[in-house]
Design a protein around this ligand. Structure first.
Ligand code: G6P
Length: 489
């Protein structure tokens, strides 16, 4: 489909997300180095940029107070089509507090944490206020850059007020909102103190997108139970207007992974890794060190596996890359010590002077190395307790054309629905089940591995990030905003 507008120009699209796809590092006075981080969102927009004149709006990853420095950074970012939102004064309570201390656990079925009784400056209320202020700061930057006809695509739980604020500013703006995390059951969502305001705010959008049918269904029933509105096949009818609700499962850019695995320096890294782990099967985990990823549960299952299968003790290694994340949120710091305790215990029980069963790394690795380790792994272990999609499982599949390793995947990750035929699907809370799946994966005959891999690979290649972005934009672009409908009547 072609999106050329009446003037024959590409329509403008503003993609708004908490984090810009570029991270800024100070290199000196008024000078910055900018690095592109090509995650799911960036890949998703690869296909769109040929059809839409796209700009990003988001937080640049650093606090900048000085006006001259802000201008210098804004200019550098402009070359990469990025527009910064400086969240000075609200960042901590907005990002660490409301987004990641309250919304994130609720959306992932972890429940509302206890409010800190001792710090009256950091209450649910002050964090909620900071959240709204931050959303207004995004709005202000959008207004400064908005041109008539621009489409605005808002991303994720950080920006739930933005659709409402945008429509209040100008109800002709076409607004989409996509949730990259799960949407919980209404019974869990209902515990959120500001539950109705947030729902109303996102319902102001023209199109709401979710990764899976289940998340969309949870959202619709939550709207019914909390706001008393009915979901139809089109979406939600609220206060006389329809908000489309639809499912768009995100993917990756598979070619980037396939290409990288063929680079000489990457095959060299693969050889080195294979040599290092010679005589052993490699089980791999790659996760942000987040409660939702179920890393402690993964370690408990692996411990059970070693306990019950002495044959495998010196023939298998679990390499876990645990990427540090959100270190200023107390729950994440607690998780880190818990995980370190488990690694110590398991390595102490089953290790020897020459070999350790778990290689736990508190760091990220560069892209080439990541592809090399994906490619040499025999088993990938994804035990998310709840996860929007989990693209790590897709990345593993894309890198496994030669080896055809086995994916053990949580049924609570969005990917559990898309890769359900090829993967061994597990309940991550059930350590006995995960331990048995590890054994099954390690013993799986080559023919079955081939068949399962084929099915996964086919899915990952046909459901790319690019397709996701184009599908969402095609749907959003086809919607006639309410304001225009009224004019046509
Ligand atoms: C999840 C969220 C994203 C977020 C990412 C990394 O995938 O859905 O919106 O960017 O985690 O988390 P961070 O807090 O570091 O941006």
């Amino acid at each position: 489909m072609d999106y050329d507008d009446a003037r024959g120009e590409r329509p403008r699209l503003l993609v708004v997300a908490n984090r810009l796809p570029v991270s800024a590092k100070r290199t000196g006075e008024n000078s910055w180095s900018l690095e592109m981080s090509p995650g799911g969102l960036v890949s998703g927009l690869l296909g769109i940029t040929s059809q839409f004149d796209t700009k990003w709006v988001g937080w640049p990853g650093v606090d900048v107070h000085d006006e001259i420095e802000k201008n210098a950074l804004t200019e550098s970012l402009a070359e990469m089509k990025c527009i910064p939102v400086f969240l000075n004064g609200v960042f901590d309570q907005y990002y660490n507090g409301y987004c990641n201390g309250i919304l994130w656990p609720i959306l992932h079925h972890m429940g509302l944490p206890q409010e800190d009784q001792h710090d009256t400056n950091q209450t649910f209320e002050t964090q909620y206020d900071a959240y709204k202020k931050a959303n207004r700061m995004f709005l202000d930057v959008i207004i400064d850059n908005y041109e008539e006809g621009d489409i605005v695509w808002c991303h994720d739980y950080h920006l739930m007020f933005l659709p409402q604020y945008l429509k209040e500013y100008n109800n002709k703006i076409k607004v989409g909102w996509f949730l990259h995390s799960p949407f919980p059951s209404s019974e869990v969502y209902k515990t959120l103190p500001s539950r109705s305001e947030l729902l109303r705010a996102i319902l102001a959008a023209d199109l709401l997108g979710f990764h899976t049918y289940d998340f969309a269904r949870h959202f619709l029933s939550t709207c019914t139970r909390i706001l008393g509105v009915e979901g139809t096949h089109e979406g939600v009818v609220y206060q006389g207007r329809v908000t489309r609700v639809a499912v768009f499962p995100i993917g990756i850019d598979p070619d980037r992974f396939i290409r990288t695995c063929k680079l000489p320096e990457v095959t060299q890294q693969m050889n080195e890794l294979q040599e290092k782990f010679a005589g052993k099967k490699v089980i791999l985990g790659v996760d942000r060190l987040d409660m939702i990823k179920g890393i402690p549960q993964k370690y408990l299952a692996f411990e059970k596996f070693l306990e019950e299968n002495p044959y495998w003790r010196d023939k298998v290694v679990l390499v876990q890359i645990a990427v540090p994340t959100r270190n200023d949120v107390p729950e994440y710091r607690k998780l880190k010590s818990q995980v370190h305790g488990l690694v110590g215990r398991i390595n102490g029980r089953f290790g020897s002077v020459s070999s350790l069963p778990i290689h736990h790394l508190d760091c990220s690795v560069d892209f080439n190395y990541l592809c090399a380790i994906y490619a040499i792994a025999d088993v990938m272990l994804v035990t998310s307790l709840r996860d929007g999609m989990n693209l790590v499982s897709y990345e593993f599949v894309a890198c496994q054309e030669a080896k055809k390793g086995v994916l053990v995947l949580s049924e609570f990750a969005g990917a559990g629905q898309s890769l359900g035929v090829g993967a061994l699907i597990v309940n991550p809370w059930d350590v006995t089940e995960v331990s048995s799946a590890i054994k099954e994966a390690l013993n799986m005959p080559a023919e079955e591995r081939e068949t399962r891999h084929r099915s996964n690979f086919q899915y990952v290649c046909t459901h790319s990030a690019e397709k996701w972005g184009l599908d969402f934009m095609s749907e959003l672009n086809g919607i006639i905003p309410e304001s225009e409908m009224q004019m046509r009547k």
